[in-house]
Ligand binder design. Sequence first.
Ligand SMILES: NC(=O)c1ccc[n+]([C@@H]2O[C@H](COP(=O)([O-])OP(=O)(O)OC[C@H]3O[C@@H](n4cnc5c(N)ncnc54)[C@H](O)[C@@H]3O)[C@@H](O)[C@H]2O)c1
Length: 340
Amino acid sequence: MKILVTGGLGFIGSHTVVELQNEGFEVVVVDNLSNSSIDVLDGIEAITGKKPIFEEFDLREKPRVQAFFQKHDDIAGVIHFAASKAVGESVEKPLQYYENNLGVLVYMLQELKKKHGASFIFSSSCTVYGQADKMPITEAAPVKPAESPYGNTKQVGEEIIRDTCKVNQDLNAIALRYFNPIGAHPSGKIGELPIGVPQNLVPFITQTGIGLREQLSVFGDDYPTEDGTCIRDYIHVVDLAKAHVAALQRLLAGKNETNYEVFNLGTGKGSSVLEVIHSFERVSGKKLNYKIVDRRAGDVIQAYADTKKANKVLGWKAQSSLDDAMKSAWEWEKIVRSSS
Ligand SMILES: NC(=O)c1ccc[n+]([C@@H]2O[C@H](COP(=O)([O-])OP(=O)(O)OC[C@H]3O[C@@H](n4cnc5c(N)ncnc54)[C@H](O)[C@@H]3O)[C@@H](O)[C@H]2O)c1
């Protein structure tokens, strides 16, 4: 079966392409390389023995999207990763984020509703929960007002899909709310490639560990948590990728209960910033240079997933520990730096 993976050369997309190919799917990737490198195709081929079909274009070009679906009229499903994801940048450039994250989503759905029984998987985020009232967070927790235009694109994106599914009963969609994806493929062939200063904790840690950044700032140690630092649910990107295959297979097999479903994807375990640092120090054998600074605006105290729904309904469970994920992130950092 032919599956379109938009943003398939990005961090989560590339790992998902590997898992899809391992399961025998024929994959077509569309990416404009705005936040990824063409070399990722070689990495995917090195792992799976197969290069996915690749088309380089910008999905904001609606005529190109339409022409793509005419050419590949046998696409059975779409996993839609392509989006802009830097929270800070989204505050500076909200329209750019709304155009890329929502305009493109609308174009995809307009094409998919022309087909019969198409399957659609959407990259959502735990940011939709804001600071949830109860831990762990279930899918029934209320969606809180977004803290940034980026966060808002995920909330509105989910609403656009839900409303579209309501009136297009043979369109089947799943929104996957990721917690905090980290790590890299154990082969060392693909991983996260942040451009510029990393926005996320783990690439900042590994870049500091390798000497590319001088020091990591830990934003606040006076939160009401055990060690005072914020708590997140860090999930290995390979586990996350496998969940996409499980969700897609559910839709393709017609096992979904309704034509729009939502799942949390996390490990179910919260780890504090200091625990992540200590995990890095354990697996790398290095002491990390970090300092505690003031809290950062917009950070929630803690967010970790209740994963029972995904475990039961998708038959999927995250397998890797925090140390496994940190080890793979560190190995990847060393490989990237030795080749640059
Ligand atoms: N990484 C995270 O922490 C995280 C957490 C929650 C949700 N998400 C969501 O998951 C998805 C994938 O995230 P990622 O971390 O792999 O990001 P990424 O930036 O590594 O991958 C996105 C890919 O999409 C491509 N792309 C962006 N706009 C495009 C366009 N207009 N046309 C064609 N290609 C385009 C980029 O070049 C890139 O290869 C995004 O939707 C993101 O918002 C990510």
